[in-house]
Design a protein. Structure first.
Ligand code: NAD
Ligand code: IMJ
Length: 257
């Protein structure tokens, strides 16, 4: 049920070995999938090429999700090389640093636009590009990564919380649009994990500690737990699930106090 042998996948959001998207790429690769992996800008190309050397014949492509032409080129290359697509993992997110440092009420128009464009609109653009390639294979599965700051106030998460709320709503609308073509769309809401996107966030160690103390499992989660959930949703085991936000946080969110 977690076998992805013979399946083609696209992974967006690998920056380094700590990236959740990289943990998911490795797990999907181990499950037998052949992968296209994108990098955002030349600065990250070498990183992604080196990591991907451990995968079986990966397709490495540039993709800044704010660039429509690069997004189109990704799907053109996948069409040429794979002839179809079974799954997409979306793990791109960004807000300008100042938006996470300043009070939410001071969110700038430009910071809002950037955060929503990269962190939420990009899922819609990728889903639109992937849909014909997935339909050619009889269906597909799209998974994105989100955080509790979409529905609860988390200090400093700020405009990223608004972007994740938009992302989760987009999951539901995309699930409705693409369901008739047997394409599922889901999100995994992960607890805090030390990655590049968490580095330097003021008080991040405090977040990890609060989760460890309050979560029913009395510990933090790691990237492999997100990856195993992703392989489940991306593959046949998840075939009855769409439009869902699946929470992988050691139970933290169920606690009232
Ligand atoms: P990460 O920094 O490794 O990944 C973020 C990725 O976004 C990077 O690969 C970066 O290159 C990419 N990105 C940013 N702007 C882009 C653009 N314009 N075009 C293409 N790609 C772009 O950190 P991560 O923690 O692995 O984050 C992956 C996802 O997981 C994000 O959506 C994040 O919100 C989510 N998430 C992370 C945590 C956590 O605690 N680390 C918790 C819940 C959800
Ligand atoms: C980020 C900020 C504040 C609190 C946070 C986070 N908590 C967690 C994160 C509690 C878990 C990490 N997260 C879920 C994210 O989605 C991070 C996104 C992010 C991080 C940065 C840092 C560097 C930068 N811009 C960013 N944009 C988005 O310049």
């Amino acid at each position: 049920m977690t076998d992805l042998t013979g399946r083609f996948g696209l992974i967006v959001g690998v920056a380094n070995k700590r990236s959740l998207a990289w943990a998911i790429a490795q797990a999907a690769g181990r499950a037998g999938a052949r992968l296209a992996i994108t990098y955002q800008g030349e600065r990250l190309e070498e990183n992604v090429r080196e990591l991907s050397a451990s995968l079986d014949a990966p397709l490495i492509l540039p993709c800044d999700v704010t660039d429509d032409a690069q997004v189109a080129d990704v799907f053109a290359a996948i069409g040429r090389e794979f002839g179809g697509l079974d799954f997409v993992l979306h793990g791109a997110a960004f807000a300008p640093r100042a938006e996470l440092d300043h009070p939410f009420v001071d969110t700038t128009r430009d910071g809002f636009r950037t955060a929503l464009d990269i962190s939420a609109y990009s899922l819609i653009a990728l889903a639109r590009g992937a849909a014909p390639l997935m339909a050619a294979r009889g269906g597909g599965s799209i998974v994105t990564l989100t955080y509790l700051g979409s529905t609860r106030v988390v200090p400093n998460y700020n405009v990223m919380g608004v972007a994740k709320a938009a992302l989760e709503a987009s999951v539901r609308y995309l699930a409705s649009d693409l369901g008739p073509r047997n394409i599922r769309v889901n999100a995994i809401s992960a607890g805090p994990i030390t990655t590049l996107a968490a580095k330097g966030i003021s008080g991040f160690t405090g977040f990890l500690q609060a989760y460890r103390e309050r979560a029913p499992l009395k510990r933090n989660i790691d990237a492999s737990e997100v990856a195993d959930t992703a392989v489940f949703l991306l593959g046949p085991a998840g075939r009855g699930i769409t439009g869902e936000v699946l929470i992988v946080d050691a139970g933290y969110h169920v606690m009232g106090v």
